[in-house]
Design a protein. Structure first.
Length: 220
């Protein structure tokens, strides 16, 4: 069993039962909440191991509730360089897991969403796979080769992250690719589809951002 850590942030979760099922399914060794992400755990009646951040998005009542039930509270000043999610992720890195799932990373604050996507690069540098997940999709980086275990018909979009990605090979997709190049400003990797239960993404140089949607068929 892979050592997995969950980070719960203050963005949109969607269906709370999705998070409950993922906790039961993946059995994380630790659940870390970034500030207001603890509200999602409170709604589910679950207790995180750690709550970290400046606590500007969490009421004193909820903070006290978790503290009395054994959650470790790590307070940081409001004027800091790091986002609360970054602090939570760095704490998770210290546990040396194989994977870190971040929930609540999406929402109406596009600046926060982009900041959370940029944190995937921090995971790549540590050699730890970090995934942003909600009930609709999962988002992660690929360098080298990655096998996507999914379902036939699932939509998968691919975008270069750092300028240009070269030597791209796609197998098991509706639109395969061999020795392809993707660069910023030419987003032709949008809305590909798996044609089998697994697809192979290989990148020679650069990094690809992969967005895999869980539902099959046409998306809104």
């Amino acid at each position: 069993m892979k050592k997995v850590v969950f980070v719960i942030t203050g963005g949109q979760i969607g269906d709370p039962d999705f998070l409950r099922v993922k906790i039961a399914e993946l059995d994380p060794v630790e659940i870390i909440c970034a500030d207001g992400g603890a509200r999602h755990m409170h709604a589910l009646g679950l207790i995180p191991g750690v709550i970290i951040g400046d606590m500007d998005s969490l009421s004193r009542e909820i903070t006290r509730y978790f503290e009395e039930r054994g959650s470790r509270i790590l307070r940081y000043p409001e004027k800091k360089d790091e986002t609360d999610t970054q602090l939570a992720l760095e704490y998770a890195f210290g546990m040396e897991p194989e994977k870190i799932y971040i929930f609540g990373a999406f929402g109406t604050r596009i600046d926060h969403v982009l900041a959370n996507i940029s944190l995937l690069i921090a995971g790549e540098k540590k050699g730890i796979q970090v995934l942003l997940v909600d009930e609709w999709c999962e988002v992660f980086l690929v360098t080298g080769e990655h096998i996507i275990e999914g379902e036939e018909g699932q939509t998968v979009s691919l975008l270069p992250v750092s300028g240009m990605a070269t030597g791209i090979r796609l197998e098991g997709f509706e639109y395969p690719l061999e020795n392809g190049v993707m660069e910023m400003g030419v987003p032709y990797g949008i809305s590909n589809r798996l044609i089998a239960s697994r697809g192979i993404v290989k990148v020679g140089t650069g990094q690809l951002l992969v967005i895999r949607y869980f539902k099959t068929g046409n998306l809104p």
